[in-house]
Design a binder for this molecule. Sequence first.
Ligand code: IMP
Ligand code: MG
Length: 174
Amino acid sequence: MRVALNILIGRGEIQRAVARLAAEIGRDYQGKAPLLVGVLKGSFVFLADLVRLLDIPVEIEFVRLSSYGAGKKTSGKIRMVPGLSAPVRGRDVLVIEDIVDSGLTTTFLLDRLRRGKPASLRLCALLDKPSRRKVAVPIDYLGFTVPDKFLVGYGLDWDEGFRHLPDICVLEEG
Ligand code: IMP
Ligand code: MG
């Protein structure tokens, strides 16, 4: 199969958005030391860039969530593997997502984390693709709203490829 990549959000624009988000987060969490929970694998590039621009102390955890099955749409059945090791009770928890699409993955994680009784729980997502939303997700810190296209790069993959691209690109199948 042939694929074409077209840049949707270039690296410069991404870096400006990440700087804006870091400023917003730094301002809101002044005097606190939030626990950032990155959702693997997609958020690894975004999280790495974001934390280096923060002027507050943070702890970093990762969770790996998988929805069963391959393909470009979530199956809706989500598992957490292997689970969060840091206790969230009493912590200010900030989830870092690459993209909120159907919203099922994020909702699953937020519900799970809420059960651990954090002092606060917020969501930071680089991308919001609202056109395919199945459950409402409140995004506290958002980079960009994107159209209903399949995106790769800056951590986002198609079949585990393209995560390393520095720009966010639309993947078109030709
Ligand atoms: P959900 O549909 O909101 O549950 O999103 C689940 C996951 O699907 C996201 O965290 C991404 O890893 C992945 N995903 C959604 N849209 C895209 C896309 O356009 N490109 C790559 N991965 C995506
Ligand atoms: Mg993801």
